[in-house]
Design a protein. Structure first.
Length: 575
């Protein structure tokens, strides 16, 4: 008879995963079942709020993890969930992102508003836990998750597992939260998908970016422009990666060698030794700082850890004040090099130094091509960020990498799916697109997609930038699309070509009667670009158009827009 099977210690699993697998094999050898199905069913409701798809992905992964044992799982998009049922739930797992200035994602806005209302349903007897996704570069980190978690408690809910706040790299904290929830809810039962065994040949994706050859890379702005916007084309041949119009491309950046060399020269320890890497393994400190650690963005945790080692009275005053305005003022225009040079800190070695740094994260860019128009390729439209502050020339780590430092390099890329941002599936439906600046990117893709599929629905694009002579991105392509009848209406707002600044939201108001007519004919309304200003101004203009030309009151206009969102006719790709 064969002996028992054991997972060796050098297998690519944690101690907990090895223990689970060993128990699984032992039960199989003994003819037993993996999960204890003898107990009562455990109902679990998973709710998600997502702007770009990360929270939705986590919700589906959580549902998959609970597909076993005695769990009975339902998953709901928050825009489709009836909040009145909240008091009837038994176990609620809520996963949400935050975007903009601490705002809920579009599909969670109504839920949060109703949850904060005085007549929100009570939650006595309801057990819950919240997973919050965010980005520590923003001041209101994970704010939506924090608000919901606090409100669930105020309404009488029982918190069965403490809220977990995830930074951009959310996989590890998600796994911790998932395992903790299963342990609490399972009460001894096991979930069939608790251990995710990696494939022997892992396909290209976020965990294994594809080294993409750069086919084309040029500046879209004209001579004399005060800024640069690059059109960049990558080859995806041999990658197995597929995308749709509306998706984003993740790009793995490389920090500038000149800045890394300056850091190394200023550090007070031997910089020639190897240091641990965020994902495991070791590398020389220079390589680690160029390819694996964030040396650009500062955050509260980093500055707090730094001041403890620097003894700087000024840094101590910033940390102890813990005031948003003070933090914002200090963070603006400063990077790690400023801390190293201006506030020297006592680190014993490279390992202790990188221990206070965050992992270098990929950057997401809206894809500006349709795979039907450019098979085997993917295109981006990237604003190159450069500025001066505190006596130094600065630049966005990924945009300057793509513009200046990727010649002869194959940047790592992967596809980030965004199912919530797509052109209408029905080609006869009209489409209104508002995309100033690089916000035009996905709409170039939408127009190419509509042209390639023979869609007959009318297309209207609002585009804006400072000057027509230098900043009219894709001018020739748009003119050709107009000639071919793909682009039926083009409204242009070049803000500095006249005395009074003109923006896309002003054009919406000027052409409000026709805009309302398109909406009433079933048009989809899509917006891409800056979340903090443009998207808010465009949303306000949309409400005003509905009031002025639809004869609606302010409250009726709000309900009209809410219905657009529920019908998936109002979509935003904002950042």
């Amino acid at each position: 008879m064969a002996g028992p099977l054991f997972v060796p210690e050098n297998a690519p699993f944690s101690a907990e995963q090895r223990a689970w697998l060993n128990d699984f094999f032992a039960k199989q050898m003994a003819g037993g079942a993996v999960a204890d199905d003898s107990g009562p069913t455990v109902p679990v409701t998973i709710l998600w709020g997502s702007q770009t798809g990360n929270a939705e992905s986590c919700a589906k992964r959580m549902g998959k993890a609970l597909n076993g044992g005695r769990f009975e799982t339902e998953i709901f998009d928050l825009s489709a969930y009836d909040i009145s049922k909240l008091s009837e739930e038994k176990n609620v797992l809520l996963i949400t992102s935050t975007y903009g200035d601490g705002e809920p994602p579009d599909n969670a806005a109504d839920f949060v508003e109703n949850l904060l209302a005085e007549d929100a349903p009570r939650m006595e007897g309801v057990k819950f836990s919240v997973l919050a996704l965010g980005d520590t570069e923003y001041p209101d980190f994970c704010e939506t998750g924090k608000v919901i978690d606090r409100r669930f408690g105020e309404l009488g809910g029982e918190r069965i597992y403490e809220r977990v706040d995830c930074d951009v790299d959310y996989d590890e904290p998600f796994d911790v939260w998932k395992a903790g929830i299963i342990d609490v809810l399972g009460a001894g039962s096991a979930a069939a998908e608790l251990v995710e065994i990696p494939a022997a040949d892992e396909p290209y994706g976020k965990k294994k970016p594809f080294p993409a050859p750069v086919l084309n890379n040029y500046n879209l702005n004209g001579a004399g422009a005060f800024k640069a916007t690059h059109h960049i084309e990558f080859s995806l041949e041999g990658s197995g990666l597929e995308y749709e119009a509306g998706d984003a491309l993740g790009v793995v950046p490389v920090n500038p060698e000149s800045v890394v060399d300056e850091l190394l020269a200023a550090l007070p320890f031997n910089t020639g030794r190897e240091v641990p890497l965020p994902g495991g393994g070791e590398a020389p400190l220079k390589e680690a700082l160029m390819h694996h650690y964030d040396i650009r963005s500062l955050n509260k945790n980093l500055v707090s850890a730094w001041q403890e080692r620097s003894g700087s009275p000024y840094l101590r005053s910033v940390v102890e004040a813990d005031d948003k305005a003070v933090w914002d003022d200090f963070f603006w225009g400063r990077e790690l090099i400023d801390l190293v040079v201006d506030y020297p800190a006592d680190f014993r070695d490279g390992e202790e130094f990188v221990g206070v740094l965050k992992k270098l994260q990929p950057r997401l860019y809206s894809i500006s091509s349709s795979p039907k128009a450019h098979p085997g390729e993917v295109h981006l439209t990237v604003a190159i960020v450069t500025y001066d502050s505190h006596g130094r020339s600065r630049g966005g780590v990924c945009s300057t990498f793509l513009a200046d430092r990727c010649e002869g390099v194959q940047p790592g890329v992967y596809v980030h799916v965004n199912k919530a941002f797509r052109p209408p599936s029905d080609g006869t439906v009209p489409l209104i697109m508002v995309g100033p600046g690089t916000g035009i990117a996905p709409f170039r893709a939408f127009l190419e997609e509509r042209q390639a599929t023979g869609a007959t629905g009318q297309n209207w694009l609002f585009f804006g930038n400072p000057y027509r002579a230098t900043d009219f991105l894709y001018e020739e392509e748009l003119a050709t699309m107009q000639e071919k009848g793909t682009l039926n209406k083009l409204s242009l707002a070049f803000s500095r070509d006249q005395k009074e600044k003109l923006y896309v939201q002003h054009l919406m108001l000027q052409e409000g009667a026709e805009l309302w007519k398109w909406l009433e004919e079933g048009a989809h309304f899509c917006v891409c670009g800056d979340a903090s200003r443009m998207a808010k101004d465009v949303d306000a203009a949309l409400h005003q158009v509905i009031q002025d030309h639809g004869g609606k009151s302010e409250e009726e206009a709000i309900e009209y827009v809410k219905q657009l969102k529920k019908d998936k006719r109002y979509a935003r790709d904002v950042y």
